[in-house]
Design a binder for this molecule. Structure first.
Ligand SMILES: Nc1nc2c(ncn2[C@@H]2O[C@H](COP(=O)(O)OP(=O)(O)OP(=O)(O)O)[C@@H](O)[C@H]2O)c(=O)[nH]1
Ligand SMILES: [Mg+2]
Length: 288
C-alpha cells in the first residue's frame, strides 16, 4: 500500500515566496530561524540561493523544548561543520541579547561598507526567514521588546510581509514562513508535521501518530533524544513497549481509555501532548 504523502504549499506561502524573492535584493541581512527540535528539517534548501553574499545569522529557536545535552551535541555538530548558530527561546526571551548584539555588529560592517562606497547610512534591513511556526514573529517581538508582530500557535499566522522599525537603526521584516513547494524528503515532512510547522491539512493524523510511535522507539535507543518511555507509558496507562510491537494496537488501546475509542482524536492527543511537552523535552532530530 502506498503511504499517504505529506504535502503543504498553501497559496499565501506561494505568494509570500514570490514577494520575498523580489524584496531580498534590498535586504542587508538575513536572520534565519529554525526549530531546535528539528534543526535540519527546518533548513530551507533554497536559502543559500536567496541569501547570496548577504550577511546571515542562524538562530535556532525553541531551545527550551529540547534538553541541554541535545543542545550541546548539536553545538558540537554545527561547530564541526563550521556553522555557529545562536540559540534562543523567543517565548521567555533567553538568548535575545546575543542576537541583538550579532545584528548590531553586522550593522557596523554594513555601515562601513556603505560609507566606503560614498553612500549614506540608513537603518539596516534585516529579514527574518524560516519555516512556518518556528517562532519568527515571537523573536521579532522580543527584539523589539514589545508586541509588534502577531504570533500564535499555528503554522501560517503571519500572512504578509511587514517592516518593523527597531529603535537602534534596524528595520526588521516579518515574513510568512516559507517552505519548499514540494516536500521531497518525507522524513523531514513527518518532522514538520509532528512539530506543527506545517498545516494540519497536509497530513493524515492517524498515519503521523503511528509513525511517531515508531520514531519514539528508534530515538529511545539514543540517550541524547531524552525520551522517557516510563513517562509516556504512565501518561496513557498503556505500556509504550506494546506500541513498539504493534503501534496500531497501542493507538486502539489508548483510544479506548482516553477518547471513547475515537482513534483520530487519540492520534491528535498524542501529537498535541508531544507539542505541549507533556511527553518531556524530546529532540526529534539528533546529530548523526
Ligand atoms: N516554547 C516556545 N514557544 C515558542 C518559542 N518561540 C515561539 N514560540 C511559540 O510558538 C508559536 C508560534 O510562534 P510565531 O512567532 O507565531 O511563529 P512564526 O514563525 O512567526 O509563524 P508563521 O507566522 O506562521 O510563519 C507561538 O505560540 C509562540 O509563542 C520558543 O522559543 N519556545
Ligand atoms: Mg509569524
Amino acid at each position: 500500500m502506498e503511504l499517504p504523502r505529506i504535502q503543504w504549499y498553501p497559496g499565501h506561502i506561494a505568494k509570500a515566496e514570490k514577494k520575498l524573492t523580489q524584496i531580498i535584493n534590498r535586504v542587508d541581512l538575513v536572520v534565519e530561524v529554525r526549530d531546535s527540535r528539528i534543526p535540519l528539517s527546518t533548513g530551507h534548501p533554497h536559502l543559500n540561493k536567496w541569501i547570496q553574499d548577504k550577511k546571515h545569522i542562524l538562530v535556532i529557536n525553541r531551545s527550551d523544548m529540547i534538553s541541554n545535552e541535545c543542545i550541546d551535541s548539536w553545538k558540537d555538530w554545527f561547530t564541526g561543520n563550521s556553522i555557529f548558530p545562536l540559540w534562543c527561546d523567543a517565548k521567555k526571551g533567553h538568548g535575545i541579547k546575543e542576537i541583538v548584539y550579532a545584528i548590531t555588529k553586522a550593522r557596523v560592517s554594513i555601515d562601513e561598507r556603505r560609507l566606503s562606497r560614498g553612500m549614506k547610512i540608513r537603518p539596516i534591513r534585516a529579514l527574518t526567514l524560516g519555516f512556518p511556526n518556528v517562532g519568527k514573529s515571537a523573536l521579532i517581538n522580543r527584539i523589539a521588546s514589545k508586541k509588534v508582530a502577531k504570533s500564535a500557535r499555528k503554522a501560517g499566522v503571519t500572512r504578509d510581509l511587514r517592516w518593523i522599525r527597531i529603535s537602534n537603526g534596524i528595520d526588521l521584516l516579518d515574513a510568512p514562513g516559507v517552505i519548499p513547494p514540494y516536500l521531497e524528503n518525507q522524513k523531514s515532512a513527518l518532522n514538520l508535521a509532528l512539530c506543527d510547522d506545517i498545516g494540519e491539512a497536509a497530513y493524515d493524523l492517524d498515519f503521523v501518530a503511528i509513525e511517531f510511535i515508531k520514531m519514539i522507539q528508534k530515538l529511545s535507543n539514543n540517550k541524547t533524544s531524552n525520551i522517557s518511555l516510563k513517562k509516556i507509558s504512565n501518561r496513557y496507562g498503556v505500556d509504550i513497549n506494546e506500541g513498539f510491537k504493534d503501534p496500531n494496537k497501542w493507538l486502539f488501546l489508548t483510544a479506548e481509555k482516553h477518547t471513547s475509542g475515537d482513534r483520530r482524536r487519540m492520534a491528535n492527543k498524542l501529537l498535541e501532548d508531544f507539542r505541549n511537552q507533556f511527553l518531556g523535552n524530546i529532540c526529534l532530530e539528533i546529530p548523526l
